[in-house]
Write a protein that binds this ligand. Structure first.
Ligand SMILES: NC(=O)C1=CN([C@@H]2O[C@H](COP(=O)(O)OP(=O)(O)OC[C@H]3O[C@@H](n4cnc5c(N)ncnc54)[C@H](O)[C@@H]3O)[C@@H](O)[C@H]2O)[C@H](O)CC1
Ligand SMILES: [K+]
Length: 472
């Protein structure tokens, strides 16, 4: 929800506007539950859940409304909730501030609006919320909960202690998993979040990374790039990109003959050579052993399309059961391989066609085609284009960052490496979507400086900023 909010904001629909819609929906639910003239007690917490109900108070002129704010107005935790409180003060609304739970007096209202806590709850209700929840549960009034009954975790439906016992819940935008088993009526209100906030990648998508980065402290990925032979720059770019996207370790497995050259691009890489001048089936057993101890393999950059190399890719994928990003020449074998592995395939449109997939000039048609093809393959696809399309055969995301300057060689290797690093900390669909978003952003920052003269290494440098929420 927080991600969608941020994406909506980036699309020009700020959260305060959403709060106005939420408040409006709360007022509508009140009108449904009580006749004009009825007494309504709004019990508001200091977060945005409370803010929703402070908005609702303005829409309930036909009712006898009393607003109980739990805590001092100075401690309201968000600007938009405080602005809505200030509007009630300026409008001389009937209001009380509850600074001591002993002083809380709900009165005997016909309807209670529970807006103490929403999705921001952590742990058991503290005071004065706990006392207020008891008073609400003991009162004879009808209880309308805003977004989620206070005290309940919207994700799980669990309460760490006491929770409000509601007669109706008006929740916003979408059902919440924690409300499914509630023994009361749940209404979902459309608050005007654009569909595009969920379809298109945006700054909100980077939040998933923050969360995971924290919970996986010290475990940001050990990524193995398998490629090189005919080319040396591609595997080096992919591996460096994995580091720039946050991986702890980036290794390259490449033919001995080019290992020194690949290492020469960067001392940050761990390079391991295998015999000969290109990948062949004889290398596969060793590679499988080596890959088993890594988090993600990026297969394909600079590999070439020699028959024996493609045979090796087939054999590797057939036996591998980890997570792999498949790029470049390695892509063509994916449709014919039965594998236990989790694959993220990163074709451009030409490579997609070579895999047997269809494409179209219209991005919406392409979105549907990519979803169908991903479902057929049973793997995640990231199809590159002016609009990148990401799908696991079920969900679809579209990325609009990036620019025509990025058609230069090597940018695909950077994307593949970043996808590999992110796949170590995020589910495949999210890893591909965030990588496409950040890579495109890095390209946009590079274009500000170099225009059409940008090169792939410019993207490497800007990838960390592309992945940071405050990069704009
Ligand atoms: N897109 C949307 O869905 C929108 C939802 N809106 C509403 O915003 C809330 C979530 O708001 P948030 O400010 O993040 O959190 P809360 O109001 O739920 O609570 C934060 C507040 O509560 C304190 N706190 C946390 N745990 C406890 C506890 N156990 N006991 C007491 N106090 C606690 C914390 O310190 C904070 O001060 C969402 O549910 C919707 O109702 C937006 O209005 C519009 C967009
Ligand atoms: K609530």
């Amino acid at each position: 929800m927080a991600a969608v909010d941020l994406n909506a904001e980036a699309l020009g629909v700020p959260r305060k506007q959403l709060m106005e819609s939420s408040g409006n929906a709360v007022a509508r639910a009140c009108r449904d539950l009580a006749d004009p003239g009825a007494s309504v007690a709004i019990v508001a917490g200091r977060g945005n859940n409370g803010g929703d109900a402070l908005v609702a108070a303005r829409f309930l002129k036909a009712y006898d409304v009393t607003v109980h704010l739990l805590g001092r107005p100075e401690t309201i935790s968000t600007d938009i909730a405080r602005e809505n409180w200030d509007a009630l003060v300026a409008g001389e609304a009937d209001r009380r501030t509850v600074t001591d739970s002993v002083a809380f007096d709900l009165g005997d209202p016909d309807l209670v609006v529970d807006a103490m806590l929403g999705t921001g709850v952590t742990g058991a209700l503290r005071e004065p919320e706990a006392t207020a929840a008891r008073a609400i549960n003991e009162s004879a009034a009808t209880v309308l909960a805003v977004d989620v009954p206070s005290g309940l975790d919207a994700d799980t439906g669990d309460a760490a202690g006491l929770a409000v016992d509601a007669d109706r819940v008006v929740t916003f935008h979408d059902d919440k998993p924690g409300l499914v088993d509630l023994d009361c009526e749940v209404v979902v209100a459309d608050i005007g979040i654009p569909e595009a906030a969920e379809l298109f990648t945006g700054p909100g998508d980077l939040l998933a990374l923050d969360r995971d980065a924290q919970s996986h402290k010290g475990d940001h990925g050990d990524v193995l790039v398998v490629g090189g032979g005919p080319y040396t720059g591609a595997p080096a770019l992919a591996a460096q990109s994995a580091l720039r996207a946050g991986a702890d370790l980036a290794r390259v497995a490449c033919p001995e003959g080019v290992a020194r050259e690949v290492q020469g691009y960067s001392e940050n890489l761990i390079v391991r050579g295998f015999s000969g001048d290109r990948l062949a089936p004889e290398h596969v057993p060793d590679l499988l052993d080596f890959a088993a101890d890594r988090d993600v393999v990026v297969f394909g950059p600079g590999l070439g399309d020699a028959d024996e190399s493609l045979d090796a890719v087939r054999e590797f994928l057939a036996a591998y059961d980890g997570t792999a990003v498949v790029d470049a020449d390695a892509l063509q074998v994916v449709p014919e391989v039965e594998t236990e592995a989790t694959l993220i395939c990163t074709p451009h449109q030409g490579e997609l066609r070579k895999m047997g997939g269809e494409t179209d000039a219209d991005w919406e048609t392409r979105r549907d085609l990519v979803r169908e093809f991903a479902a057929d393959l049973g793997h995640t696809l990231l199809v590159k284009g002016a609009y990148d399309v990401v799908s696991d055969g079920d969900a679809v995301r579209v990325n609009r960052t990036g620019n025509p300057g990025m058609t230069v060689g090597g940018t695909g290797d950077v994307l593949a490496g970043a996808t590999g690093a992110l796949a170590a900390v995020l589910p495949p669909l999210d890893a591909a979507a965030v990588a496409a978003y950040a890579n495109g952003r890095a390209g946009d920052f590079a274009a500000e400086e170099f225009g059409g003269g940008l090169v792939a290494t410019d993207l490497l440098e800007r990838l960390p900023v592309g992945l940071r929420g405050d990069g704009e």
